[in-house]
Design a protein around this ligand. Structure first.
Ligand code: HEC
Ligand code: HEC
Length: 283
């Protein structure tokens, strides 16, 4: 690490020696029935990163926060999932169709979140779930696209994610997705901003340490969308990336930008093997 970046990290970290603590040993079971894999052997592509076990962000949160995610009646993210069920069943756009008209029950979306972002052959691009939903809205329903990470889009993403809870994340990083994945990896290791910090400076080299009042996790996205106690709504991965880049005092990319789509694919692949948890609960 360059000296300047080292100094920035040292200034940000709160007495790492005194407070450092890795992941806890708690077990995540939702509603007493959905057992989550929250620690897994690191995928092969992470060889050489120094991380041999990938760990859900859930393990780094306080007990009270963890507990909220264990019960759908307490998890306020589920209120937004319910709103999305209404949207799912409501016809919109010039074709007069709803999601349900073509996809039946939301249960038909089981497995989708586990494999997205994903290469779309016809479009010749890697697509996130939100991009695919907007494709259906625009090209099949004749409706307006939803702005990226705005409430209707993120609520629908959470409804779709909730159908995959407990399934292992398994995004493809080879074949036609490889180029996008490499681009995402480059971004992950690029130092941004006045502080010259990369995603890796915090989430690879310093997870388990405290930064201000926050217990640093590996920055996994298997739990997205996340309901944050801080803003009492669902939050998308791109919005979280934006916040993290801003913290390094850098200009950031836009939600839905090709850069963040690539970064989403790369970060998601670092959680291959962890369970889909969305909507999870974080502070
Ligand atoms: C007129 C029919 C139609 C409507 C209405 C429709 N879709 Fe689709 N949707 C499709 C078809 C067909 C595909 C497969 C397209 C493809 O593979 O390129 C698809 C694919 C998808 C996928 C990707 C599934 C996968 O396995 O990769 C998602 C997610 C999705 N739709 C969500 C939605 C949502 C949410 C709505 C409502 C906002 C919606 N769709 C409305 C026809 C529809
Ligand atoms: C200056 C340190 C720092 C940098 C650099 C940084 N983050 Fe973060 N990030 C944090 C902190 C602090 C949190 C909140 C605690 C936690 O979940 O780790 C966080 C949270 C996250 C989360 C939420 C994890 C969860 O389980 O909900 C994701 C995802 C994330 N960061 C991704 C990134 C990505 C991608 C980058 C690079 C673009 C990045 N971060 C750069 C400090 C940083």
């Amino acid at each position: 690490m360059k000296l300047k970046a080292l100094t920035a990290m040292a200034a940000l970290l709160v007495a790492p020696a005194a407070f450092a603590g890795g992941a806890d040993d708690d077990t995540l079971v939702i509603n007493g029935e959905i057992e989550m894999t929250t620690k897994a052997d690191a995928p092969e592509h992470m060889e050489g990163t120094g991380i041999d076990q990938v760990i859900s962000g859930w393990h780094f949160r306080a007990d009270e926060t963890q507990q909220i995610q264990m019960d759908d009646f307490e998890n306020q993210g589920m209120i937004f999932v319910d709103q999305a069920i209404n949207t799912w069943n409501t016809a919109e756009g010039s074709a007069g169709q709803s999601c349900a008209d073509c996809h039946n029950d939301p249960e038909s979306m089981a497995g989708v979140t586990a494999t997205y972002p994903k290469w779309n052959e016809d479009a010749g691009e890697v697509r996130t779930v939100q991009m695919q939903v907007n494709d259906c809205r625009v090209n099949r329903m004749g409706a307006e696209p939803w702005p990226y990470d705005a409430a209707p889009a993120i609520n629908m993403e959470a409804l779709i994610a909730s159908q995959s809870r407990g399934m292992p994340v398994d995004v493809a990083i080879d074949g036609p997705a490889a180029e996008t994945w490499e681009q995402g990896k480059d971004i992950y290791y690029t130092r941004y901003g006045q502080l010259e910090l990369a995603c890796a400076s915090c989430h690879e080299e310093n997870y388990g340490n405290y930064i201000r009042a926050d217990h640093l996790s590996q920055g996994q996205i298997n739990g997205f969308p996340t309901y944050r106690l801080k803003n009492a709504k669902l939050n998308g991965a791109h919005s979280r990336f934006k916040g993290c880049v801003r913290d390094t005092r850098a200009e950031t990319f836009a939600t839905g930008s090709p850069e963040f789509v690539a970064l989403e694919l790369y970060v998601k692949s670092r959680g291959n093997g962890l369970s889909v948890e969305g909507p999870s609960v974080r502070n």
